[in-house]
Every structure is written in structure tokens, then in C-alpha cells.
Ligand binder design. Structure first.
Ligand code: FES
Length: 311
């Protein structure tokens, strides 16, 4: 091609007006000449052969075609080219100066499916993943913990039955539970409700017999039965997990009332009203000879008709 060479950012004009500017230059790796200029026009980059260049004047490139013919030039497929900095072509940079722009050369045919290139790309990805793993591991463990950590089946003392004076009345017990959150030992405040059940309420609670509890493998870890007249309910509403209260209701008397969506439960945990899909969740309970109440803090998925244990 005749000098001078087109410069990056030069304005490109067709015979009927300006169409864009030069953004790259493509070289022929054999002749070491410019074979195409890449012109960006309206956001599209087109390859224009040097044979379509009429003149190069300073910061301006004049094409011999009109704008309609220009729009027929092919769009640049960037993946078909490499930067001249990525391949070693002797003397190329001495012949063509495009700084600070990018000089492109066609992607060598032999390299297009080069196993070595893929191997190094894969290798770099693997090394990157190995370096990143120690950084993301605590986050992954936090996310996956519910899936892989065994359920906590320890008994927790939440208070003493001396606090309960009357049958069929909900009494709240607030306690602290410590747990390991990723690598940190943390403590959280929780609450459950305990009812000293009258014979009628006990009968309702145990309508279907004793109440078994299971670990993550499906093995029974405990069975509640009606020889213990106390029943503990999880402090989370089975609808969507809000905390509920023991309240006086104008038509239903004393009930458990969830303020979030107004589910109402009686002293046996049965749903009286509202969107709750199941009764309050009963917890494993045992009472020590001195009256201490111990529970296993099982948790079930909210919003389900059936109980699905999650912790
Ligand atoms: S969370 Fe309790 S009624 Fe919705």
C-alpha cells in the first residue's frame, strides 16, 4: 500500500460524506503491509480493504465508495484476529505504526484449534480456581452448611416449669443458643413457648399417638408422649417464620396470635384461623426432676403443609 498509512482515529469519508473513524488496522503478515482498516460507524466495526482507499490526508481517510457501498463491507469478527503483540512477526512493527491503536493480524490457521492454547487456557483457569478456593471456602461452607452439617440434636435448657402457673396458657421462654457460623462461634437469642396441657389439650396434641423426632438420616432421636403434660412449641410461626404471641382474642379467648398474617392457634397448637399451613411445631421435650425444661431445638421449613426438618 502507498504511504502515508491511515492513522487510528482518522475520520473516514465516503464520496457522499463522513461515515466513521479508523479504530484498528489489519496487516498482511506475509507482505507486512496494511491490508484493511477497521472503521467504526454507528457502533459497527467494518473491515475496509485498502483498495477502497482513495487518499490519506493527515487525519482523514477518503474512500472511493459511497456510504451505501460502505455499509456492504463485512463486520469485523474480532475472534478471527490477534493483536500483533500476541504473535511474533519479524519487522512488522517497524513497517506499520499504529500506536496507540491496535494492529491486528489474521489468527494463524494452524493455531485456531491448537490444543496447546486450550491447554494453557484451562491450566490458567485451574490455577485461578486453586488460588481463589481458600478465599471463597468460608462463604461456600456458610451457604452449604444447611445441606451437609448434621442437625443439632443437643438438649438445651430453656427454663423451669415453676414459671407456669396455669394449664393451657402459653408461656414464653427466651434463651441463648450458641452455634458455629463458618469459623466463628456465635450466640443467638431464641424463644420457644411451653404450655402445661390440660388432659383435653393433651388429648388433642396426641390425637395421632406419640410424636417421634428424626435425625437427618431418618433415625428416631426422641419420642414425646403424654406422660409429660408439658408441650414446647417452636417460637417460629409455621406460615413464614414470624414470632408469635399469646394474646386475648375477642371471640376466641386466649390464643397464640401471629402478627404477620394473623394466623391464630389454640393452646394445643392447632390452627384456628389464618394462612398457617400446619399446626405449631412441637419440639422434643423432657422435664428434669428439678423441673428444668429441656428441648431439642429442631427447625422445620416454613410455608409447608408437612414438616420438613432443616436444622
Ligand atoms: S408468618 Fe405467621 S401468619 Fe404469616
Amino acid at each position: 500500500m502507498a504511504s502515508p498509512q491511515p492513522k487510528i482515529k482518522s475520520k473516514v469519508r465516503c464520496v457522499d460524506g463522513e461515515v466513521g473513524e479508523v479504530v484498528h488496522v489489519i496487516a498482511d503478515p506475509l507482505s507486512l503491509d496494511v491490508s484493511h482498516i477497521v472503521v467504526r460507524a454507528n457502533g459497527t466495526e467494518r473491515q475496509v480493504p485498502v483498495s477502497a482507499i482513495g487518499a490519506v490526508r493527515g487525519e482523514s481517510v477518503e474512500l472511493t465508495c459511497n456510504a451505501a457501498q460502505f455499509s456492504g463491507f463485512p463486520e469485523l469478527k474480532r475472534q478471527d484476529y490477534v493483536s500483533s503483540k500476541e504473535v511474533e512477526i519479524p519487522h512488522l512493527e517497524n513497517r506499520i505504526h499504529v500506536e496507540p491503536g491496535e494492529l491486528l493480524v489474521p489468527f494463524p490457521e494452524l493455531e485456531k484449534n491448537c490444543a496447546r492454547r486450550s491447554f494453557f487456557a484451562g491450566f490458567i483457569n485451574v490455577i485461578g480456581a486453586l488460588i481463589a478456593l481458600p478465599l471463597v471456602w468460608p462463604v461456600l461452607r456458610y451457604i452449604m452448611k444447611p445441606m451437609y452439617v448434621p442437625y443439632d440434636n443437643h438438649w438445651i435448657k430453656i427454663g423451669n416449669i415453676s414459671k407456669i402457673k396455669t394449664e393451657d396458657i402459653g408461656v414464653q421462654y427466651i434463651f441463648k443458643k450458641s452455634f458455629k457460623d463458618s469459623v466463628l462461634q456465635r450466640e443467638e437469642e431464641k424463644n420457644h413457648w411451653v404450655v402445661k396441657a390440660s388432659p383435653e389439650t393433651l388429648k388433642k396434641i396426641y390425637t395421632h399417638g406419640d410424636i417421634p423426632f428424626y435425625d437427618e438420616k431418618g433415625a428416631v432421636i426422641w419420642i414425646n408422649n403424654q406422660t409429660v403434660p408439658y408441650v414446647a412449641f417452636s417460637g417460629k410461626c409455621p406460615h413464614l417464620g414470624c414470632g408469635y404471641k399469646w394474646r386475648s382474642h375477642k371471640t376466641r379467648g386466649q390464643v397464640f396470635l401471629c402478627p404477620c398474617h394473623l394466623s391464630i392457634y389454640d393452646a394445643s397448637g392447632a390452627v384456628l384461623d389464618g394462612p398457617a399451613p400446619r399446626p405449631l411445631d412441637v419440639l422434643p421435650i423432657q422435664i428434669s426432676p428439678s423441673g428444668d425444661i429441656e428441648v431439642i431445638d429442631v427447625e422445620y421449613k416454613a410455608g409447608k403443609k408437612e414438616q420438613v426438618r432443616i436444622a
